[in-house]
Structures are given as C-alpha cells and as structure tokens.
Design a protein around this ligand. Structure first.
Ligand SMILES: Nc1nc2c(ncn2[C@@H]2O[C@H](COP(=O)(O)OP(=O)(O)OP(=O)(O)O)[C@@H](O)[C@H]2O)c(=O)[nH]1
Ligand SMILES: [Mg+2]
Length: 726
C-alpha cells in the first residue's frame, strides 16, 4: 500500500522478499545493496540472530528521485523465514505493494517452499491484501547447488499462474536484479494511479526508467534528488486492551513494531546526518563562491559563476541571470536550459515582460503551487508553459540598487523549489550582486586611471610645447627688442640730426637773409644816393643770395643722397675740364682770404666717367673747405695723379691745407653730415657742415673713397680716390 508521508514529502513503496527459512532472502537484499548507487540507498538495516538468521526483517530503501514534488522511496523488506516467526512475517507483510517469493531449489526444500507460499497467501489475506492484485515474481534460488529440483517442476508446483520467474544464485547475484527489476516495474505500474501519474504510459515508463537508474550498479553520479531519504514506516496499530495481558503473538507484533520504529529512527538519523553533510558542503561551496566572486575583476565572469553555482546547488534544470545595463532595459546576460528566459520573453497584460514586474517587487519570490485566478498564477502559468514545475526569482541588489535578476526553474522530476532553495539562491544572488558591483567599480577605476594617465601625458606634452613656444617667443621678442632698440637709436639719431639741421638751417639762413633784408632796406633808403653806393649794396644782395642758393642746393643734394634718389646720368667728362670748372670759382675766395692755392694737375688725364655736376660740387666743397679753414697767409694744395689698379685707371686727389687741423677724436665725425669744425674755430663758422659729408657720399657713390688725416695746428689732408672708367 503506497504511503504518502506529507511531513517529509515522501512516497514509500514496499516490496517484500518472502520465502522459506534459509532460502536466500537476506542474501538477495545484500546483493542489491552492494550494487546500487550509494547516493541512492540507505544502509541495509538487519535485525538478525547471532547465526545471521533474520529475526524480524531486513530493510533497504532506494531513492528513485522525485515525482510531483515528493521523494519516491522503494523500500525492500525481508521476513524471517523460520516457521515460528509468523506474527513477525504478517506484520512486515502489511501494506506490501509487491512481493518476491524466494524459493530454495534444493530437493529437500520442496515441502518448505510450498508451506511458505501457502503461508504467504494466508498472511496477505490477514493483511487485507488481494493476492491477485499484488505483483508477485518468483526466484528459484540456489541453482548452483546439487541436488536441485528441475525448474519446470518448481514452476508447476509453485507458479501455476505463470507469473514471472527467474533462476538465481543469490550469493553471486545471478538473476536477482532481473527479478527485482520486473517486480519493481510491475509494482510501479500497479501503484501509478495512486502516485498521481494515472495510467499515462509515458509517465509510468519514466518511473520505471527512474527505477532502472536507481539499480544501475556502481554508477556514481551527482545527487539529483537530495541525498538520503527517510525510511519512515507506518506501523499498523492493533487495537489492544491495555488491561488484558498480551498474547505471545501480540507481544511479537509489538516487538516488531518497536523495531520498525527504531529502524525508522535510525534511517531518519541517517537522513539528517546526510542532510547536515550536504548543508556543510553547500556552505563550504558558498564560501568558496563568495571568495571567487569577490576576487573576480570581470563582471561577466561573476555572472557566469552565479549561474553555475545556482544550477549546482539548487539542482535546477533552467536558470538565467539578467542585468540592467546602463541603457536601462533588463536583458539576459547568461542562460542555461533554454534560449530565452520564459519570464522575460512572456509579456503580461500590460504588455511588459513578467520578469519586470517581479524585478520591481524587489523581493525574492517562489513561483510554486496551484494555478488559480490571481496575477501570481499568471506568472506560475508562464513557468508551467515552459515545461517547468516551479521557479524562483531573486532580485540582485547591492547598496539598495537593483542591478539585475536571478531566475531558477525546476522540472517535475526535480520536485518543487522550496523556501530553503529560495534562501540559498538569495545568498548566492546577493553575494554575486556585490561582486558584480565591485568588478564594475574596479573596471571604472581602471578606465579612469587610464584616462588620467592619458590626460597627464597629454597635458605634459601640451605644457612642453607651450614652454618651447614661449621660449621661441621670448627669443623672438628679444630679437625684436634689439631691432626696436636699434630703430629707436636710429630714430633718436635722426631726430637729433633733424633738430640740428633745423637749428643750423635757421642760423645759417638767418645771416644771409638778414643781410639781404638789411641791404634791401638801405638800398631803398639811399635810392637817391650816388650810383656806386647803390651798386655796393646790390653786390651785397647778390653775394648773399648766391650763398643762400648754395646752402639750399647743398640741402637738396644732401637730401637726395640721404634718400638714395637717383641723380643725373653719368657720362665721360674730360678730367682737365672737370678740374678747371671746380677750381675757377674758388680762385677769388682764396685770394680774398689771402690763401695761396697750388694746383698740380698733370696733362693727359683722359676722361672720368661720372655725374659731372655732383662730382664737381663734391670736389669743390673739399677744396673750398680747405680754403675756408686755412688762416690768412696759409696754403692749400691740390695734387692729382693717375694710378693703374690692374686694368683700371684711377685718379688720386690730395687736398692739403695749413689750417687749424682736426683733433684726433673728432676725425671719425668729420665726414658725418652737419659736423663742422666751428667749435674749434674762433670766429663764426661757415657753411652748414654738409660739404665733406656730401663729398664723401658722392665719391663713394662713384665707387671711390674719401679719407681724412689731420694734425692740430698744422693742417689737414683729404685724400680722394676715384675710378676713371665705368
Ligand atoms: N550456494 C548457495 N548458497 C546460498 C544461496 N543463497 C543463499 N545461500 C546461503 O544460504 C544461507 C541462508 O541464506 P540467507 O540469505 O540468510 O537466507 P534467508 O532466507 O534470509 O534465511 P532466514 O533469514 O533464516 O529466513 C546462507 O549461508 C547463504 O550464504 C545460493 O544461491 N547458493
Ligand atoms: Mg534472512
């Protein structure tokens, strides 16, 4: 009779190994225990006598996984075969869902086999079980011994209904699993309806498949249904009168029940210790997970760690980690068990993904139970439509900020996710959320640092460039400064020259103009005076006017030379004519000043290629200067000679005087415009001081040179060298 244990969410199916004493029942269970996956079975509980004869029963519980959220446990019992333990046999047989009859093949066991089978029918009846309803298979055991009954004989005696039967050798295990598989499958099929899978052939097959997996020898695998299972046994209570002394049979029954209860307790302890072991393992894994997550620098890896740990610890078939990127729209980052998360890909009535509504709740939630007409039911229906049975959602929150959502889905075989699973997922989720935020912050810090380094490098190079530029500007500035200073100096010099020019011009011009005006006034007044007196004044007027014209011409010449404007065209002038024209106007001046004039000009000088007028004026100015600065009775010499320099003829002129001479320190200034030796002269200076300066310019203009040497109080020599040809 299938037992539902709601407290522990277990379904227990009972299969009893029945048969004569020493037939090999316990040996069969030992074999099954040996070859099944340790993760799927409990210990083998045996209550034996000292000689290993079963006193009460043997019990082995096998875990077949989950069905409808219940753990399915296949419980294998043996009964004591010895005749005297009938009460015990009956108690153990109570609620059996399937039976394996272990017959002893030895010849001498013919009778005990039949007696035991008869006893089985009786005890089934006594427990209210219909022998035609309870699946039964036969094991003809000890086929390795001699002498044994032929199989056909045994079949004829024990199995007239031709139920499944197997020859076996329990000590080696031959035939045992085959028989057990068949009774297991038949039992599962018989109780399928009670298990809630109805007569659905596929569901039954899956159950049977589960059983085959449970029996698969020595296959180690992950614990898929939670380790260990309870071996709770419901003990049928016998109505008893506490005042009446117990019969022997009742006493045995009580003892069996007490032992069953003890075994049950042991099995539970076993389960609890397994669960504890599992919890410790999970805790260790979680701490390992926490460490891995906190060391992780890549946010994507944190999410991957979260999903693998969720699948591993929750034993779920589907899971997803969704995140809210900076764009704000929730999206899957990692998925397992499907292409798209069902809660994200299904929209609710408002047209929004179901996952968004769950995210906004900011609470871990279980989606499990029955579908009714509520909103939650819509979420559950989404889960069921995706072929899962239950689900959980955990918002990933760090520092009050939701960064994403973790979902996990369990299918029908896994059984419903529960509060424990939710708690575990929450721990994983919050740990991962923290690690995720850390990894992102670390990455931002990296980016920021990189940006900072780049900026520093950029600024440094900008500064370096600016520094170089400012240095260049400073150099430029100092160069310009020098230019400005030079220009300023030139300008001040020019300004000084200008001032001097104005002063000299006004004083130089004042004299002839005053003389002119005075002479003119006198002339006016003496209109009637004798004619010779008038002529004298007219002569004065003419002289002064000439001087004035000379001064003005000098100024023009100086200005022309200063501005570099072109003079008249050059031409070949006969040298002798040139000197004659230079000297002629000076003879009177020399005579008037009582200065002797010595002119030494050789014949055959040929021509000079020059601007006749300016050259004449220049030479005249030099000689005139010499005359004017000579004392009365002094002498001015002009010597001209011809000199060949290479192919080219040159004229060399020396003008010497016996004048006041020029102090050495003033010599360099002599040929500058406006310098005039007046300050060393006693008496009024003559001319505007342009004479020598203009002469020097004119000579240089013609490719020649003018130099001066002088001794104070002895005299001055001016030397002019002038190329004759072009
Ligand atoms: N040679 C041989 N010996 C077997 C075989 N099966 C069991 N035995 C032996 O038979 C003896 C009894 O086996 P158990 O398994 O204790 O028999 P049981 O049916 O549990 O007996 P009770 O508990 O007294 O009812 C043991 O010594 C086993 O080793 C078999 O197939 N061949
Ligand atoms: Mg036994």
């Amino acid at each position: 009779m299938v037992q539902f244990d709601n407290q522990y969410r277990q379904i227990k199916i009972k299969i009893v190994f029945y048969g004569p004493a020493l037939g090999g029942k316990t040996t069969c269970l030992q074999h099954i225990h040996r070859v099944t996956d340790p993760q799927r079975r409990t210990k083998l509980y045996s209550l034996n006598t000292a000689s290993d004869r079963t006193l009460f029963f043997d019990l082995l519980s096998l875990n077949l996984g989950r069905i409808r959220g219940y753990r399915l446990a296949l419980q294998l019992y043996t009964v004591p075969g010895q005749v005297q333990y009938n009460a015990t046999r009956r108690t153990v047989l109570a609620g059996a869902d399937g039976v394996v009859f272990v017959a002893d093949s030895q010849i001498d066991q013919r009778e005990p086999n039949l007696t035991s089978l008869q006893n089985l029918w009786e005890n089934l009846g006594a427990n209210g079980l219909d022998r035609r309803q309870v699946p039964l298979v036969f094991l003809h055991n000890k086929r390795d011994l001699e002498p044994i009954q032929p199989l056909a004989e045994m079949e004829a005696a024990l199995n007239p209904d031709n139920l499944p039967a197997f020859p076996s050798v329990a000590v080696t295990g031959d035939g045992v699993l085959e028989a057990f598989s068949v009774v297991g499958e038949r039992t599962l099929a018989a109780v399928a309806d009670k298990l809630g899978v109805g007569t659905n052939a596929q569901a039954i097959q899956r159950l049977q498949q589960q059983m085959r997996i449970a029996l698969q020898p020595f296959v180690e695998r992950e614990d898929v249904g939670g380790a260990g299972q309870d071996v709770a046994v419901t003990i049928p209570s016998e109505a008893s009168d506490p005042t009446r002394p117990l019969s022997e049979e009742a006493l045995v029954g009580e003892a069996v029940r007490a032992n069953l209860a003890m075994t049950d307790l042991n099995a539970r302890l076993d389960t609890v210790s397994r669960q504890l072991e599992r919890k410790v393992r999970v805790l260790a894994n979680i701490s390992e997970f926490g460490q891995a997550v906190s060391n992780e620098r890549d946010p994507a890896n944190v999410l991957r760690l979260l999903i693998t740990n969720t699948i591993r610890h929750l034993q779920v078939q589907g899971a997803a980690v969704m995140i809210i990127p900076s764009s704000g729209q929730l999206r899957e980052a990692v998925v397992h068990g499907f292409k798209r998360d069902p809660l994200l890909s299904t929209a609710d009535e408002a047209g929004e993904p179901v996952a968004i509504a769950l995210l906004n709740e900011r609470q871990p939630r279980l989606l499990v139970g029955e579908i009714d007409a509520t909103e939650e039911s819509f979420q559950l229906a989404t889960v069921r439509n995706a072929n899962f049975n239950s689900a959980l959602v955990v918002p990933l929150t760090t520092q009050e900020k939701v960064v994403g959502l973790l979902t996990a889905y369990g299918d029908g075989d896994r059984g419903n996710l529960d509060e424990n699973d939710l708690q575990l997922a929450n721990v994983l989720g919050s740990t991962a959320a923290m690690g995720y935020a850390n990894a992102i912050a670390w990455r931002q810090l990296q980016d920021f640092n990189r940006g900072l380094e780049g900026q520093v490098a950029k600024r440094t190079s900008e500064l370096r460039n600016a520094l170089a530029e400012s240095r260049r500007l400073a150099d430029d500035l100092s160069e310009k400064n020098t230019l400005v200073e030079d220009a300023y100096r030139d300008l001040s010099a020019l300004d000084q020259i200008k001032q001097e020019l104005i002063t000299r011009l006004s004083s130089e011009l004042r004299t002839p103009v005053t003389s002119l005006v005075t002479a003119a006034k006198i002339l006016e007044r003496v209109k009637d005076a004798p004619a010779e007196k008038g002529e004298r004044f007219i002569a004065i007027i003419r002289d002064e006017a000439e001087k004035l014209s000379e001064i003005i011409q000098s100024i023009f010449q100086a200005s022309a030379l200063a501005t570099g404007s072109e003079g008249p065209e050059r031409r070949s002038v006969p040298a002798e004519d040139l000197f004659r024209r230079v000297i002629a106007p000076l003879r009177d001046l020399a005579r008037n000043r009582a200065v002797r004039l010595h002119i030494l000009i050789p014949s055959g000088l040929d021509t000079v290629f020059c601007e006749a007028e300016s050259t004449e004026a220049a030479l005249r100015a030099v000689i005139k200067n010499a005359i004017e600065f000579s004392k009365g009775g002094g002498e001015v010499r002009l010597e001209v000679r011809r000199l060949m320099r290479g192919e080219k003829p040159w004229l060399i002129l020396r003008v010497t005087d016996t004048g006041v001479g020029i102090p050495e320190q003033e010599l360099p200034l002599v040929s500058e415009a406006f310098w005039q030796g007046g300050n060393v002269l006693t008496g009024k200076p003559r001319g505007v001081g342009l004479g020598l300066a203009i002469a020097k310019r004119v000579v240089e203009h013609h490719g020649g040179s003018l130099s001066i040497s002088s001794v104070v109080a002895e005299g001055t020599e001016v030397r002019i060298e002038l190329p004759q040809a072009r």
